[in-house]
Structure formats: structure tokens, C-alpha cells
Design a binder for this molecule. Structure first.
Ligand code: BES
Ligand code: ZN
Length: 945
């Protein structure tokens, strides 16, 4: 796209207009700002000699200057539409922005150098003023460090004195990014041209994505989470557009034919990564809330069609839920949410202006599935929780980002349950969360939830912190703590934490202290820090081994790789019950084996530990107890809480992977599923089987394995078949989940009636004139199965629909389905498409390559593809791609290739994932070698007539 670079005439005109008209505070602000800068003669005054001994900082900003507030003016030059009329030359899009900023700060230690962070900006015109005396201080040099520090170093002719207040003004220019970072452009197509003769319906908007370290790409700033300040923002934008910011609008006016400005009230005191603004043609749907004005913005067409309605309905309720749960009101007068066609994350919690992928916010009745609806509720609940955890109270540094993400994840379980009780998502989400955390944390290359600060310095290391440990283990250990001290005490501590540290920064010790206070006040005896530190500062988790014949119990670090040595241990709270006793709490307080009465089976009864899976650990038993538990599962599974039913299977499979139990025990634990109609145990089985599928779907084990699961699923599939065959759905939510899962398991294991149903329905859609006969809940799975069973015709149809559909959930379902084909040439062509931004949006590139890699037919293609195009694809979720393309690796040859990849490519943020992939591959090689024959035999025996 051609770019202009000059500071536009219009901004100059704007300032002229502003000096002659009197239109509110904004003008005074601009005039003041202009006059201060231009009329003040620098008057150097004699001071003490400048100290020259201070060493330059290494990565972090020195703490000698404390920012208080920023005034920021930003002017993105982008057009939101390029009106193209037949035979008329249209203007070029412009992709640059200009701005200026004044940051006021306090000096707490004498210095003659100001360090800020600035990246990809051309910064000029540095002016420093002593706010106490109004004198200017001369800048002697200004230098941008072109290294990992991103320092903007400003040398002064005289020193700033401790206790003084100063301000620094800067002008800067930058480019609007096309990579979804910093201030970036997002594109979409409006369904209908505005008027006849208008040939271009492409639209553009400007948005920001600054977490964790990209505020420095928008304006030079103290870009660290504990350098909180207030932001006074003015956006100068094209006349026919709307600007949104963190705070509510304070004024807006037309400047000339082309430009207008919008000013915003001051933000609360907040971290730079939460700064946000958008400029677009979007419109909004309003939500109900007694005090806060909530608006959900989206493409005008989507708003007109009511697609933001569901989000708008639940947002007010979720906000109110948190307000009363935390007893602290949301701290702004307005809350905007906006559904963006492009966003690097799924959603981002910018204070007062939360951004979402369209698919995570827009819901279309009759097109979106319940899974979409659940994702919308969960995502909103997560981002709104951040308005307290993250925005109001922020971690001191990124090593403790789990305090943001773990809390937001944990709190979302409660908020979703509150607004959508019928979804019954709490248990499901909790188990899925545990399963994911357990998976990554069973590797020796895992990392502590809260690593030392020194280990998280570079931006690439910071980005790596946003992983399942931070999100899922974070939520899991909070849940464990809440269970030990009691939910009431926990929330009391959390309230104190939020109110004591509002507008401040914390580390985990602050949280422990707040909860300890509540625990002590309520007469509890838990030493919170002593209990929690091992869970947050060490990697991994224990497996508790219980011998019910003699009551002996001990803990051991659980690792998939049993050759890895570890002497770690934890304070482990164990809730235990038997078929004759109620749950009671027992603590394991050392690494030594202990004998406890509660773990001894007196009369041959089973013993079950970790009731409701509140503990972040796994449990293994002596074979007799395993037999009794599995037996109970087959006779009457309802004796166990549903979560434990799910987790027993999960435990058995993980134990088998770590070679702590025979693999056949895990397989035996799936026998009872033939009768199981509940969703939870099935879901957990499917998750666990993913590993078996990945290890064996290219081998002779796969046939008998499919045959076994075809039999197992028949019961569940047939119980819902009346609905499925007629493309209708059962009433209750849990059964809807079961239906989706039944079709998925049945079709992927080639149950003939399922394949027939999927192919028939897809064909009906292909032959119908645009009306889709498939129920939205079943579309994902049917599209995928039909494309897999079909050929070019089905693929081309799906591709055509993918390109022409403007509906987000429909698009996503088709995008995934396209990767399901078994034809390599189609998969290859699809991979090639990801290199063309006109065919595939940048934000979808990572997902498509991953989806292709999950398909056994595409696995090798995807691995070759990412190596051939590493520079391009590593920019798009490089880390997630590594996980996907190496998921089947289980041979020495694959391990060698991976090791070669590690040494020959620049890995960046994917480095950690590559190490984990190497470890996983080593484990897989050994596991397959040791277990394959036995597994094959087991499936053959089970399926022999
Ligand atoms: N704060 C994150 C967004 C984010 C993630 C920014 C990584 C920078 C790096 C946001 O709150 C978040 O967690 N988003 C999730 C979705 C959420 C529902 C779990 C995401 O984008 O995956
Ligand atoms: Zn989050």
C-alpha cells in the first residue's frame, strides 16, 4: 500500500482552527501545550554537576522517574473506505500516523538521563520542563537503542533533582502496522456497495493491541506494568469515523473538511499495556446496567442484524455479578466492547475498551452453535474479570502474569455459571482446565507459575509466559487454595487484596498476605504462603500414591519422562472418601511415606482421593483399589462425584503414559463407557484418546482401535439418533454436548450410519439454494466429516462458502473443515493459500497450519511447510504451530529433524515450545516402543467376536 509520510496539512489546520475557536477543554489543552512549548525560552540555570557514575540500565527502566500522567495526541492517517467510482481515480490508502505526547513525572533520584521505551517510531522535538519552576531544561542528545531494550535515551544538559516534577514532550511518527500489533489496520468487506457506481466495498479500521510490550510502538512511554499513570487522550481522525478510547468521550468537533477530533476523559491510573483506541465506522448495541454505559460495537451490518445482542445481554449481568462478588464497582462510567475482524489474541481486556475476535463476541441465531455461545460467555467473563484482576490491581512484573490470567480464568467459571446456569459449564471448564495444565506441567521443561523476575526479561520471554501454565495451572492452584481455606474466606481475602492494592501493583506474596488475614480472622490454621509457594515456585505437580492395603501414602513429582530425576515435594491437601466414609481432609507434609488410617481399606471397600478434583495433583492406587474403583464405575458410576468419574479415566491414562500403571488398566477404564450417557466422562476419554490417536493413527493399531470405539459409542450415538438424523437437537445443554461429541466420535471412528448421515446432509446443503439444512450445533462436525469423506467437489464448495460468507462462526467452521480433507494435493494448496493475505487473514494462518497438522494426511506437509516458510509463519503463533506439527512425533528420525530445526532456525518465542517438543518426542518414542504391542493386542482381543 502506498504510504504518505508528511505531517498532514490538516493537522496544522486543525491547530489553527483550535486557536481561534473556543470549543471546550480540549482546545485549552492543545493551546496550552502549543504555547508552553513554543514560547518558553530555555533558561539553563547553574546546578550541581551531573553525576556520571550511573551505569545504563540493562533491560528494565530505572525507577528514578515515576510517571504520573500522559497527554497523548494521535492522528492515524488511514481512510476507513476508499470510494472508488467507475472511471474515477481514487485516493491511495495512507498507513502512517503522527502524534505528540507530554508525560509528567516525578523525579525520585537525581539523574541527567531520561529512559523511556520506544519502538519503530521516529521521535523528534524532545522538550523537558521543570513543572515546579516552569523552566525548560535543554536536551543534549536523544537516542533510540536498536536492540532488545527498546530504550529511548534522552540526555539532558542539567540534572533532574529528586523531589522535582517535570514533563517531557515529544513528537513522533510511525506506521500503522499490518501485523496486528501496536496501532494496526484491520480490514473487512461491507456486504452491499453504498450507492450505485461505488465499486469498492472494502473497509478499514484502526485498532490497538499493546499487551504485553507494544505500547512503545504507539507513543514513547514508561512501558512497564508497574509504571502506572493517567492518560488524557485525543484522537484526530477522519470525519466520517468514530473514535473510541479507554475512557468516556469528553469532547468532539469537526476540524475541517477531512478531520475531526475526539477527546476522552482521563483514564484511571493504569499500566501502559491497557491503553487502547479504535477508529472505525462501527455502530453499537447498548446493554442494561444501572450505572455504567455499556456498548458493544461491531460492523454496522452485524449490529443491524442483531448479532451483538447476546453479548450485550450478558455483559451487563456479568459486570454486575463481579461488582457484587468483589464489592468494588467497575471503575469507569463506560465500558465499550468491540468485535474486530482481526485481532492477534482472542480477546484483550483494555480498560474500558475490550477488544474481541468477531467469533468470540458475535452470535447469530440459527447459524452459531451452542459452543459459540459458550465461548462468548466465557470470553466476556474472562475479560471483564480482568477489569479488576489486571486493570485495577496489576502484577509488578510479567513473571507474575498468572495473577492476571489465572484469576481471570478462575473467576470466569463463576461468572458464566451465574449468567448461564443451564449451560452447566463449571465442572466442564474446571476439568478441561486441569487436564490442559496437567499436560504441559508433566514435562521436565515446564516452568514455574511464578518464575524469578530475572528469567522473564526480554519481550520474547514475556510473550512465552502467556501459556497454559499461567492460565490453567494459575486457575487450578487458586481453586485448590479456595477449597482449603473455604470459598467464603478465600473471597474475603480476595476482596481485601483488590481494595488494598487498587491502582497499585502486586506480587504473589501480597495475595498470600491478604488471604492469610482472612484465614486468621476466621480462625483458620492454614499457613497460606508456606502451603502455596511450592505450587507456584516449583515446576510440576505430584502424583500421590496410595496403598489401601496398609494405608501407606507418598508423593512424587509426576513426569511423563520417568528417567528424569526430581526431589521436589509439596504440601498436599487430600480429600478422601470410601464407600463407607464421608470426605475428610488429610495433609501430606513431607516427601517421606506415611501411614494414615484414612487411606486404609478395612473391609475391602474402595478408597477415592481428591474428591471433586480440587487438588492440583494426580492419584495412583494399588492395583486392588484400581480394580474396585473401575468395578464401581461399571456397576454404578453415580457413587462418585461426576468430576471424579471423569478424572479417574484421566488419571489412569496419564499414569499409563508415565508408566506408573499398566496401559491395559487405562484401556480397561474405558469399558464402562458403553453404558455411559453423561457427557463429562466421555469428554475426558476423548481428550485422553487424542494421545493414542496421535501415536497410532499411522499404524496398524488404528483399525482395531477404531473398531473398539465404534462399539463403545453406539449406545450414546443411538440414544440421540432421532435428533441427529432429523438435524434437531435435544433440549438440555449437557445432551447437546453429548450429541456433538457422539457424532464426532462415531464419524471419526467410521461408524457407517454416522458417515452416511454426514455425507447426506452436506450434499443436501450443496444441492439446496443457499438454505443450510444442518443444525448449527452439528455444522462443525458434519462439515469436517463430509469434506474428509468427499473430494474436490466438496472442498471447492466449502472454500467458495468460506470466501463468500460474512458470518464469523460459519467462516470458522468452514475454515476448520477445509483442513479435514484426506487429499494431499488439496491440503497442499490450502497451505499455499495461507501465504496470500487476500485469501487467508493473517490471524488465521497459525490456526490453519495447525489444523492441517492435526490431520494425519497433512501432518508431514505442515511440518515441511513451516520449515520452508519459517520467517513468515513464526510471526503468526509460531509457538502454537510447533506444538501442532510435532504432536505425532514418535520416531528417532523425527527427533533428529526436530533437533536440527532447533539449531538451524531462529526460533524466537517458539524456543520453549521446541524444547518441550523435543522432550515430548523422546517420551513418545519410548512409550510407543514399550506399549504398542500390548495395546494392539488389547484392542484386537476386545473386538474379536
Ligand atoms: N490478556 C489476554 C490477551 C493477551 C494474550 C495479550 C496474550 C497478550 C498476549 C486476554 O485476557 C486473554 O487471556 N485472552 C485469551 C482468551 C481468553 C478467553 C482466555 C486469548 O486471547 O486467547
Ligand atoms: Zn486474560
Amino acid at each position: 500500500m502506498p504510504k504518505t509520510s508528511i505531517l498532514s496539512k490538516a493537522i496544522a489546520a486543525a491547530f489553527v482552527v483550535l486557536t481561534v475557536s473556543v470549543i471546550g477543554g480540549i482546545i485549552t489543552m492543545i493551546i496550552l501545550y502549543k504555547t508552553e512549548i513554543s514560547t518558553m525560552n530555555p533558561t539553563p540555570r547553574p546546578t550541581r554537576p551531573i553525576a556520571t557514575t550511573a551505569l545504563p540500565p540493562v533491560m528494565r527502566l530505572p525507577k528514578n522517574l515515576i510517571p504520573l500522567s500522559y497527554k497523548v495526541f494521535l492522528m492515524p492517517h488511514l481512510y476507513t473506505r476508499i470510494i472508488e467510482e467507475v472511471n474515477v481515480t481514487s485516493p491511495n490508502q495512507t498507513m502512517d500516523f503522527v502524534g505528540n505526547s507530554t508525560v509528567s513525572f516525578q523525579c525520585v533520584e537525581r539523574t541527567s538521563t531520561i529512559y523511556l521505551k520506544s519502538m519503530k517510531l521516529a521521535v523528534t522535538n524532545g522538550k523537558v520542563k521543570n513543572d515546579n519552576t516552569n523552566e525548560m531544561i535543554e536536551v543534549s542528545a536523544m537516542k533510540t537503542h536498536r536492540d532488545d531494550t527498546n530504550f529511548l535515551e534522552i540526555q539532558l544538559k542539567e540534572a533532574l533533582e529528586a523531589g522535582g516534577n517535570y514533563s517531557l514532550s515529544l513528537s513522533f511518527k510511525g506506521e500503522i502496522s499490518e501485523n496486528l500489533d501496536g496501532m494496526y489496520v484491520s480490514k473487512y468487506v461491507e456486504g452491499v456497495p453504498e450507492y450505485e457506481g461505488d465499486t469498492n466495498t472494502e473497509r478499514f479500521l484502526v485498532a490497538t493491541q499493546l499487551e504485553p510490550a507494544d505500547a512503545r510502538k504507539v507513543f514513547p512511554c514508561f512501558d512497564e506494568p508497574d509504571m502506572k499513570a493517567e492518560f488524557h487522550v485525543t484522537i484526530i481522525h477522519r470525519r466520517d469515523t468514530t473514535a473510541l478510547g479507554n475512557a468516556e468521550k469528553s469532547g468532539s468537533s469537526i476540524l475541517d473538511d477531512e478531520w475531526k477530533f475526539t477527546s476522552f476523559h482521563s483514564t484511571p491510573k493504569m499500566s501502559t499495556y491497557l491503553f487502547a483506541f479504535t477508529v472505525s465506522e462501527f455502530t453499537a448495541t447498548r446493554s442494561e446496567h444501572e450505572r455504567v454505559e455499556i456498548n458493544t460495537y461491531a460492523r454496522p451490518e452485524a449490529i443491524a442484524a442483531g448479532h451483538a445482542q447476546y453479548a450485550a445481554t450478558i455483559t451487563g449481568k456479568i459486570l454486575s455479578f463481579y461488582e457484587s462478588y468483589f464489592e468494588i464497582n467497575y471503575d469507569q462510567k463506560k465500558l465499550d466492547q468491540i468485535a474486530l475482524p482481526d485481532l492477534a489474541a482472542t480477546a484483550m481486556e483494555n480498560w474500558g475498551l475490550v477488544t474481541y475476535h468477531e467469533g468470540a463476541l458475535l452470535y447469530e441465531e440459527g447459524v452459531s452453535s451452542i459452543l459459540n455461545k459458550e465461548q462468548i460467555a466465557t470470553t466476556i467473563a474472562h475479560e471483564l474479570a480482568h477489569q479488576w484482576f489486571g486493570n485495577l490491581v496489576t502484577m509488578k512484573w510479567w513473571n507474575d502474569v498468572w495473577l492476571n490470567e489465572g484469576f481471570a480464568t478462575y473467576m470466569s467459571f463463576f461468572a458464566v455459571d451465574h449468567v448461564e446456569p443451564t449451560f452447566q459449564l463449571k465442572e466442564l471448564n474446571i476439568l478441561a482446565n486441569l487436564h490442559t495444565a496437567f499436560q504441559m506441567d508433566a514435562l521436565a521443561s515446564s516452568h514455574p507459575l511464578s518464575p524469578p523476575q530475572e528469567e522473564v526479561q526480554k519481550t520474547s520471554s514475556i510473550i512465552q509466559m502467556f501459556n497454559s501454565i499461567t492460565y490453567c495451572k494459575g486457575a487450578a492452584v487458586l481453586r485448590m487454595l479456595a477449597d482449603v481455606v473455604g470459598e467464603r474466606v478465600f473471597i474475603e481475602g480476595v476482596k481485601t487484596y483488590l481494595s488494598d492494592f487498587s491502582y497499585k501493583n502486586t506480587d504473589q506474596n501480597d495475595l498470600w498476605r491478604s488471604i492469610q488475614k482472612a484465614e486468621d480472622k476466621n480462625g483458620g490454621h492454614t499457613n497460606v504462603k508456606r502451603f502455596m509457594d511450592p505450587w507456584t515456585k516449583q515446576i510440576g505437580y505430584p502424583v500421590i500414591t496410595i496403598n489401601t492395603t496398609n494405608g501407606e501414602v507418598y508423593q512424587k513429582h509426576f513426569l511423563f519422562n520417568d528417567s528424569a530425576e526430581s526431589s521436589l515435594w509439596w504440601y498436599v491437601p487430600i480429600k478422601v472418601m470410601s464407600n463407607t466414609t464421608k470426605p475428610s481432609l488429610v495433609w501430606l507434609e513431607s516427601s517421606a511415606p506415611e501411614k494414615k488410617d484414612e487411606f486404609q481399606s478395612k473391609n475391602g471397600e474402595w478408597i477415592l482421593a481428591n474428591i471433586n478434583c480440587t487438588g492440583y495433583y494426580r492419584v495412583n492406587y494399588n492395583p486392588e483399589n484400581w480394580d474396585r474403583l473401575l468395578n464401581q464405575l461399571e456397576i454404578d458410576p453415580h457413587r462418585f462425584p461426576p468430576m471424579n468419574r471423569g478424572q479417574l479415566i484421566d488419571n489412569a491414562f496419564f499414569m499409563a503414559r508415565a508408566k506408573l500403571v499398566e496401559v491395559t488398566l487405562a484401556l480397561n477404564s474405558t469399558r464402562f463407557l458403553r453404558q455411559e450417557l453423561d457427557f463429562l466422562p466421555w469428554q475426558l476419554t476423548v481428550k485422553n484418546l487424542e494421545y493414542f490417536v496421535l501415536m497410532f493413527d499411522r499404524s496398524e493399531v488404528y483399525g482395531p482401535m477404531q473398531a473398539y470405539f465404534r462399539e463403545q459409542i453406539k449406545g450414546l450415538y443411538n440414544s440421540l439418533r432421532n435428533y441427529t438424523d432429523n438435524s434437531t437437537i435435544p433440549k438440555d445443554h449437557a445432551s447437546q454436548h453429548s450429541q456433538i461429541l457422539a457424532v464426532e466420535v462415531a464419524c471419526s471412528n467410521e461408524l457407517p450410519e454416522c458417515l452416511e448421515m454426514a455425507t447426506k446432509m452436506f450434499a443436501e446443503w450443496m444441492n439446496s439454494n443457499n438454505t443450510n439444512p444442518i443444525h448449527p450445533n452439528l455444522r462443525s462436525v458434519i462439515y469436517c466429516q463430509a469434506v474428509a469423506a468427499g473430494g474436490k467437489k466438496e472442498w471447492d464448495f466449502a472454500w467458495e462458502r468460506y470466501q463468500s460468507s460474512s458470518d464469523t462462526s460459519e467462516k470458522e467452521q468452514l475454515r476448520v473443515a477445509l483442513s479435514c480433507t484426506k487429499k494431499t494435493w488439496l491440503l497442499n494448496r490450502y497451505l499455499e493459500y495461507t501465504l496470500d493475505p487476500d485469501k487467508i487473514r493473517l490471524m488465521d494462518v497459525g490456526s490453519i497450519i495447525s489444523d492441517i497438522a492435526w490431520n494425519p494426511a497433512g501432518h508431514a506437509l505442515a511440518w515441511n511447510f513451516i520449515r520452508a516458510h519459517w520467517d513468515y509463519v513464526s510471526e503468526q503463533d509460531g509457538d502454537m504451530l510447533i506444538n501442532a506439527v510435532t504432536s505425532r512425533f514418535s520416531t528417532q528420525f523425527e527427533l533428529d529433524e526436530l533437533e536440527r530445526f532447533k539449531t538451524q532456525y531462529t526460533l524466537g518465542p517458539a524456543a520453549n515450545e521446541v524444547d518441550q517438543a523435543i522432550e515430548k518426542t523422546q517420551v513418545n518414542i519410548q512409550w510407543v516402543r514399550e506399549n504398542k504391542d500390548e495395546i494392539l493386542e488389547w484392542f484386537e482381543r476386545e473386538t474379536a467376536e
